[in-house]
Design a protein around this ligand. Structure first.
Ligand SMILES: Cc1cc2nc3c(=O)[nH]c(=O)nc-3n(C[C@H](O)[C@H](O)[C@H](O)COP(=O)(O)OP(=O)(O)OC[C@H]3O[C@@H](n4cnc5c(N)ncnc54)[C@H](O)[C@@H]3O)c2cc1C
Length: 465
């Protein structure tokens, strides 16, 4: 393999632009093709999640590529959840009992813009916008494109092709259409979709509610969340069923009904969303799905990364973080197998697949946790106990959330396995009122650890992964 090799990347989103940057830093010649216009010069945010929660796995990848500080400059730290009940009362729940563990609200467009600019600084990177990949001949590593400006259709012959073209990946589509190999693929949609709304800044340009929290209005069948933006506004996301329940996306079609729904369920939020009717009726409703597939690669020729390989629902705030972590893992594998793309792709998938499957499952779990359990008294008690344990034993106790979000050295699959067992142990203790008897936190920790180990042992015997 020569570093002059011609690498084609389809999709210049978060994963593709970080991958292009890293490969350029390693000396490869990269041509990247993006169907949308350049987001640094065109406003194309409508319909896509405007801000995202960035956490430690994402930062690790950004650090590898030398752009961590640039990203941190545009982050707003969120230290915990702030729950809003129907009456407008709020209660806070920290993300961690340890100092310095928090998640960050960041603009998707600004972060993507930083990555594109950093990638373009390398003369061995070329980015083509307004250019959609229509299909890929995976046998001959030829990608077919359509240029939206010139309407021209053309093909590009790459030595290797990476598909970082998101949940609707054209490369992945070519895998199953070409039928060259046994390709397993599943796509599972939630019955819920999402719609974005806005709480604008106040007249002084400040945030109208705490910017140090991720706000949640948990309502069982539906949920509203809000993340802060640097301009003082919040991006609010409503998660709601398409067609089930008294209120759903299909029947909220009139101003009266939309207002009635928000007045009844989210009255404190409604007061802060002045353009509710226009935004609700005009902003698109997005679908939420999980994509799992394998293999991600075809021989030594093509590879899927990011959402193209493993799209997940957004409830753990990990889709982007996992896609960035793909680049970290790929880079490590490249260190071991550089010169042999076939071995690199195979080893990469082997190292990564179990972990991306795990975060996909955890993200579904968190859908139920956020919309429902966070308001449950048992759950609240468990979270409080976890905070106390993390505060008192910062090097010994890590909640599932902490393992997933703040411990980038713990693989997702391990965090899931241990975290689920630990959750079970804690909930058992809370439900059985053990804490009325055991008041010493040292003893609580010991009991949680013992029960967690017992559950893990039972899971192993039962053959659970
Ligand atoms: C509502 C919502 C909230 C989310 N919140 C979070 C969060 O808080 N934290 C988090 O970590 N993750 C979050 N995510 C997930 C995150 O957005 C994705 O995991 C992340 O964007 C994946 O990056 P990607 O580059 O793989 O895909 P994408 O960001 O989708 O990028 C793919 C790129 O490829 C381009 N493209 C697509 N098809 C073609 C084609 N045929 N030819 C050329 N170009 C093409 C697209 O235009 C796009 O630029 C959220 C997702 C949603 C929907």
């Amino acid at each position: 393999m020569s570093k002059k090799e011609n690498i084609v990347i389809i999709g210049a989103g978060l994963c593709g632009s970080l991958l292009a940057l890293r490969l350029a830093q390693r000396g490869y010649k990269v041509s990247m093709y993006e169907s949308r216009p350049d987001l640094r010069t065109t406003d194309i945010s409508a319909g896509r999640s405007i801000n995202l929660a960035l956490s430690d796995r994402g930062f690790k990848a950004l650090r590898l590529c030398g752009v961590e500080e640039k990203a941190r400059d545009i982050c707003i730290p969120m230290y915990g959840r702030l729950m809003h009940d129907r009456e407008g009362n709020t209660f806070a729940s920290s993300y961690s009992g340890r100092e310095g563990e928090y998640i960050n609200s960041i603009s998707r467009g600004d972060l993507n813009g930083i990555l594109l600019t950093e990638a373009e600084k390398h003369e061995n990177v070329t980015i083509h916008f307004n250019t959609e990949c229509t299909s890929v001949d995976i046998e001959n590593t030829v990608a077919y494109f359509k240029d939206y400006n010139t309407k021209e259709e053309f093909s590009v012959d790459g030595d290797v092709i990476f598909g970082t073209d998101g949940a609707g990946s054209a490369l992945r589509k070519s895998y199953y259409l070409e039928r060259k190999f046994l390709f397993s693929y599943s796509q599972n949609f939630l019955t819920h979709g999402y719609k974005e709304l806005e709480i604008p800044a106040d007249t002084l340009g400040s945030h109208q509610i705490s910017k140090e929290h991720l706000h949640i209005w948990p309502r069982g069948e539906y949920m509203l969340i809000a993340l802060p933006n640097l301009d003082g506004s919040f991006t609010v996301t409503l998660f709601l069923s398409y067609d089930e329940g008294e209120y759903n996306f299909n029947n909220l079609t009139s101003e009266e009904k939309i207002t009635e729904f928000f007045e009844k369920e989210f009255s404190d939020a409604l007061e802060l969303i002045p353009c509710i009717k226009d935004e609700f009726l005009n902003n698109p409703t997005g679908a939420l799905g999980t994509v799992k597939c394998s293999p991600w690669h075809y021989q030594n020729k093509t590879l899927l990364l990011g959402d193209a390989a493993h799209a997940i629902v957004p409830f753990y705030g990990q889709g982007m973080n996992a896609s960035f972590e793909d680049v970290t893992v790929f880079d490590t594998i490249l260190d071991e197998h550089e010169g042999d793309w076939g071995a690199t792709f195979k080893a990469y998938e082997k190292a990564r697949k179990e972990d991306t499957d795990a975060i996909a499952d955890l993200a579904i779990d968190n859908f139920y946790e956020m919309r429902d359990h966070v308001a449950n008294p048992l759950f609240k008690q468990k979270r409080k106990l976890e905070m106390d344990l993390e505060k008192t034993f910062p090097t010994e106790y890590f909640s599932k959330y902490s393992m997933v979000t703040f411990n980038e050295e713990i693989p997702y699959a391990e965090a899931m396995k241990k975290g689920r067992a630990q959750d079970k142990a804690l909930l058992n203790m809370v439900a059985h009122h053990d804490l009325d008897v055991i008041t010493d936190l040292n003893e609580v920790l010991k009991k949680v650890q013992e029960e967690t180990n017992e559950i893990l042992e039972e899971d192993k015997i039962a053959g659970f992964k």
